[in-house]
Design a protein around this ligand. Structure first.
Ligand code: ACM
Length: 517
């Protein structure tokens, strides 16, 4: 009856009649059928119903400074989506009519675990850490948005019940290549916002390549004055000042996303070689490069100035990167002889450690003498990978044929490349990082990362249409236990997320694999 009246209301707008007949509208989803992505570890629905109008305040227990920033962002979210102000009720003793955010150190051993409880008159989000609480608030936000998109703004109720949740992998990453094409701070922030909806927690920035150097290095200013001034196709390029970079790091940190800076060495360095003649073995600067072929450039491994350069770059970037990793590339260094490559890498890895970062690199690093804690990023099928990989090394899975967001969806996709095959939505979702690379020990795999190389990607809409929806499935692989993941169920849940993206004005690939709502 209530549901029926609500329907009539939407059609005829007889607000008062509907309101008096139906004070607590039915939620549009039962909690355990809500199309949440990533799928939580456990969802238990109750028959309670929570009208959003019943919530008037937010209170925090165990707050720290980061929690205060998150709470403020959540108050803004609530206002935008419910038109209601949440009063800050730090000292309230009773949680009725409130959203309570609680940090409880004894809650779980897991950093990102949370519990979200929705009762008829209150909502509670609890975590061991501020990060856990943040992930829980993201689940609550997704539930509000999905409910609103299905049910309309007025008479919105949430379904009651309890979600307990934690991630499978501690590293759930995306990578953005800002070297082939440059993207503004605003574009990067927008990508970060979208990634945070789906609980991605690392953003790897590919900051230098043959086509462009994208970060200010104060001791080597020509890197950006010369090397930053073009991009694939000959456009004007660009770069981040160190202040820009700090702004991005902070913006990401407020969304519990850690920035991983990458300077690709010793190959993929034409932009640096064009900026400084002395980095070349023949002492002559190269021409700037705007094509897309790879593997032709190398720093001069025998010159001492090369190591001064490498150390200055690693030092300056480490000083503005609070995250644990520094990525030194190492891929496709085809014109660096192997013994030179290994010698270069041994010195460079020591420099990374000197600046208190954990070294990270593409899997080609395995030929060098790498410190045990080096994080190796697996990207391509290779005969030797599982044979030569040190058994103690940690591995990040970024397989080109499953994770590369620049691979075309199919033969009709206008953007992207296809050297690793087409990557439709199902293929990008329906696999398991534990079994992808033979002979890897499950304890070695710390997670997965979805790179977006930008040879053909020129603006934010291009980023969006290649990333979405595949990055959403990628986020679920990283978060949700493989035993809970089923393609049909995922495809059904995903079908509701096209509306969510449209509401944010985000382009996505509307593949017919999905029965979009
Ligand atoms: C890579 O795709 N060259 C890491």
């Amino acid at each position: 009856m209530c549901h029926f009246i609500k329907k009539i209301f939407f059609v005829t707008a007889f607000t008062l009649i509907a309101m008096s007949a139906c004070n607590t509208p039915e939620p549009v989803y039962v909690l355990d059928k809500a199309p949440l992505i990533p799928l939580p570890s456990s969802v238990v629905a109750s028959d309670e119903v929570m009208p959003l109008g019943a919530i008037g305040s937010i209170r925090t227990i165990g707050a720290d400074e980061r929690l205060n920033a998150i709470t403020q962002n959540f108050i803004n979210f609530w206002k935008k989506h419910t038109q209601q102000d949440l009063l800050d009720a730090v000292d309230a003793i009773d949680g009725d009519g409130a959203i309570t955010i609680e940090i409880d150190k004894s809650f779980s051993p897991e950093q990102e675990a949370y519990k979200l409880e929705i009762a008829s008159d209150k909502i509670t989000v609890k975590g061991k850490t501020t990060e856990g609480v943040f992930r829980g608030l993201k689940t609550l936000e997704q539930l509000v948005v999905l409910s609103k998109l299905r049910g309309g703004t007025l008479f919105l109720s949430l379904p009651g019940g309890e979600i307990t949740d934690q991630p499978t992998y501690g590293y759930r990453g995306a990578m953005l290549d800002v070297a082939r094409h440059f993207f503004s701070v605003a574009d990067v922030k927008r990508y970060i916002d979208l990634l945070s909806i789906y609980k991605i927690n690392f953003l790897h920035f590919h900051l230098s390549d043959d086509q462009g150097w994208r970060i200010e290095i104060k001791s080597w200013p020509q890197l950006t004055e010369i090397g930053g001034q073009t991009e694939v196709g000959g456009g004007e390029g660009g770069f981040y000042t160190q202040e820009d970079f700090k702004e991005i790091v902070k913006y990401a940190a407020d969304r519990f996303i850690t920035i991983v800076p990458e300077i690709d060495l010793p190959g993929h360095t034409n932009a640096a070689l064009a900026s400084y003649a002395e980095l070349n073995c023949n002492g002559k600067a190269t021409e700037l490069y705007t094509g897309i072929e790879v593997g032709f450039s190398t720093l001069c491994v025998d010159k001492e100035v090369t190591y001064t350069f490498v150390e200055d770059v690693i030092r300056e970037i480490s000083e503005i990167s609070p995250g644990p990793y520094f990525h030194i590339g190492g891929d496709e260094s085809h014109v660096t002889p192997e013994k030179d490559f290994n010698r270069f890498m041994s010195r460079t890895l020591a420099i990374v450690k000197k600046y208190n970062k954990t070294p990270m690199g593409w899997y080609e690093l395995i030929t060098a003498d790498i410190p045990e804690e080096t994080l190796l990023q697996y990207w391509a099928k290779t005969e030797d990978f599982s044979k030569v990989i040190p058994k103690k090394s940690k591995i990040l899975i970024s397989a080109a044929s499953y994770n590369y967001l620049d691979m075309k969806y199919d033969s009709l996709t206008p953007l992207g490349l296809s050297w690793a095959g087409y990557l439709p939505i199902k293929k990008a979702y329906d696999w398991d990082p534990l079994t992808l690379v033979p002979d890897l020990d499950s304890t070695q795999i710390i997670g997965l990362e979805a790179p977006l190389w930008t040879e053909t990607i020129e603006d934010f809409d291009d980023i969006a249409v290649m990333a979405f929806p595949r990055i959403i499935g990628h986020a679920e692989i990283g978060w949700t236990n493989a035993t809970l993941r089923k393609w049909e169920d995922y495809a059904h849940r995903l079908s509701f997320h096209g509306q969510l993206l449209e509401a944010l004005d985000v382009k996505y690939h509307p593949a017919t694999e999905i029965d979009w709502k």
